[in-house]
Design a protein around this ligand. Sequence first.
Ligand SMILES: CC(C)(COP(=O)(O)OP(=O)(O)OC[C@H]1O[C@@H](n2cnc3c(N)ncnc32)[C@H](O)[C@@H]1OP(=O)(O)O)[C@@H](O)C(=O)NCCC(=O)NCCS
Ligand SMILES: CC(=O)OP(=O)(O)O
Length: 330
Amino acid sequence: MNFLDEIKERASALKRTIVLPETEDSRVLEAAARIVEDGIAEIILIGDSEKILSDGNDLGVDLESCKMIDPTEATDERTDLIELFVDLRKHKGITMEDAEKMIEKPLYYGTLMVKAGLADGMVAGAASPTGDVLKPALQIIKTAEGINSVSGAFVMIVPDKSFGQDGKMIMADCAVNPEVDADTLGEIAVASADTASKIAGLDPKVAMLSFSTMGSAKHKLVERVQQATAKAKEIAPDLSIDGEMQADAALVPSVAERKAPDSKVAGQANVLVFPDLEAGNIGYKLVQRLAKAEAVGPIIQGLDKPVNDLSRGCSVDDIVNLTAITALQV
Ligand SMILES: CC(C)(COP(=O)(O)OP(=O)(O)OC[C@H]1O[C@@H](n2cnc3c(N)ncnc32)[C@H](O)[C@@H]1OP(=O)(O)O)[C@@H](O)C(=O)NCCC(=O)NCCS
Ligand SMILES: CC(=O)OP(=O)(O)O
């Protein structure tokens, strides 16, 4: 069974409830119907139920089995969520009136449902930029205990099975932190290794990427990656991690032999940690498009409860796959 079928099967056994708030997007409605039909998760759609059902009809999909919630309708649940929101953000000066307005936005309503335990997770981003999906999650759900920084990883599946583990690897941070210090980068490496083993079923071998391999270049950006590697080793002493190294040294055994002959990770890496978001986001998209790789994610790592973001270029399959992964993160 391939990886994507396997995660859907694992998710089906869990029967989680996932919110899909972007019901104005036809891909989301098609995905919702497929997720419920295939038993991957229970789905909550946020929006006007009549419109959702009629849009579903136009698309030829049956959405009757999804729960639907109109965030503008006065209900006890909505009142409770507004109170929860004010309680969580009163130290930031949010008022009841602010909360009443903000909860009408499906991304806020859905995030509050996850926080309140009314849903297990949320998947959005098909119709919203990453910042709009992440801000409510960062403000309301916040980081898991012991985590300072949230980040975004992709499971990449490349057609050439000689790379990573059978063509499968993790790339991070491709989604969240525009600028990172060494400690944060070290934390991202450890979180990515965790995603690699828990979600992708990999035995993680983490490469800390740079434009230099083992000191071949001298620059403060190289030093930052070296410090991040040391930080990751401090947090997770048993982790198989090495750096700094270039992407060819990380992935290609013959190059690793020349550039990093003593490394146990070089040439076999299956977790690639980019030095910043520019490299990470550009890097994963190049691999996705040029190598025709499957890019599953971004899987948001480090939140207390799962909220995942899609690329706006996503397909219906991408939404189904990320919903299954979200169910596995609960
Ligand atoms: C993630 C992102 C939206 C956060 O934006 P921001 O302007 O830093 O957010 P704010 O300063 O309003 O912070 C909101 C809250 O999130 C927290 N936060 C921000 N970044 C965080 C992170 N990486 N990890 C944990 N918490 C974080 C802040 O501490 C703040 O908490 P508080 O309100 O309780 O004090 C922003 O960094 C971003 O847009 N990143 C790039 C996303 C992107 O475009 N990716 C490419 C496409 S995938
Ligand atoms: C992950 C990502 O790059 O998202 P988008 O393409 O929506 O910016």
